[in-house]
Design a protein around this ligand. Sequence first.
Ligand SMILES: Nc1ncnc2c1ncn2[C@@H]1O[C@H](COP(=O)(O)OP(=O)(O)O)[C@@H](O)[C@H]1O
Ligand SMILES: [Mg+2]
Length: 385
Amino acid sequence: MSYVYKLRGRIDSNNAKQFESEILSEYGKHGDLVLDAKELEYISSAGLRVLLKLRKMQDELEITNVSHYICDILEVTGFDNLLTVRTALREVCIENCKLIGKGGNGSVYRISDDEIIKVYTQNTLPESIENERRLGKSAFIAGVPTAIAYDTVKVGDSLGIVFEMVKGDVIASKFMNEPENFDMYAKKYAQLFKEIHTIDLSEKGLPTTKQIYTGYLSHLDEWYDEKELECLKRFIESIPEKNTMVHGDFHTNNIMVQGDELLIIDMAEISCGNPIFDLASSYYAHSLNPRRSPDSVMRYLNVTADIAIRLWDVMMRYYFDTDDSKKIEKYNSVIEGFCMLKEALIPAIWVNMPNEHKKYAVEDAKKHFFSRSEELLEKLDEMLG
Ligand SMILES: Nc1ncnc2c1ncn2[C@@H]1O[C@H](COP(=O)(O)OP(=O)(O)O)[C@@H](O)[C@H]1O
Ligand SMILES: [Mg+2]
């Protein structure tokens, strides 16, 4: 670990000489330094020249806790290219703020008329939070209808992300409270699901779905033998490459209604790949799970199992542009097969899930997935082309 040198107050032509001799003497004593800018108020060109000198002596020079003001100075002078700049996280207090939503990863509070903050549970890794912010930003820039993401902030001992506040409800509450409007909202919801699979996300800095799925395989040694792992790997590799948006968690609690428009939130799992991955995840949420354990549906989707199942039917008919029930049944069976692939990976996806649930998922996948893997790829080709 490098020695941390604290920068303090103002550094300008009045004290740059003294600053230089002090910092170089610390370098002489400790070797590579990391700079902490928490108490740095201002730095002029004279001070920056000293940093440049130090930078030439070290392979990398990291400067942490950088305020927005100092960050601006580093950016306009190009020093952000020479130094590794880590900005200080803003601290936000949520006392007296209204709790407006809850999900599996965190709680959402309204902090102003235009902004909310998603506060993550304490066991969420800082990398995953940063990842969600980065993915949300990339998706927004690529044209995905979603809330604007601002900065990562500190909320007491937890971390949060500030987002634009969507002025409306999750679509789940429309399905629950406005049964007379079910058809209208179901159609919009189905349209959005189909539409996201026309958004090209290639070269937008997003991971591919296959990369994510293949990554899970390295955490499954205790659940499968070598042959089974190899089969899973080959299967994932054989799924045809596509470049469309895959949300990964499309359900009634992650879609919000703002005026006439639907917005997608919760971008933690977004990637670029074949839409079959999304069809499979949403089949699990709207069809398989509601039939298996109807009582759990309200907790995840905020709608009843019955509503979820009706919605899936509308989504399928719209997606494949057909009212032919036989065809729909056939497609559902293919999608269920791909859903079993995700089920096979569950111990790696939901690491905090109780062991008996993981065991159930793995056994189910062993029963229903491996024997069908060849057939599924052929049928996928017929179904999505
Ligand atoms: N930008 C937003 N504007 C308004 N409400 C939001 C916003 N983002 C999230 N919410 C509310 O908070 C809930 C949980 O947020 P979400 O991002 O889905 O968290 P999780 O990852 O825990 O599922 C949502 O279902 C919604 O009710
Ligand atoms: Mg959510």
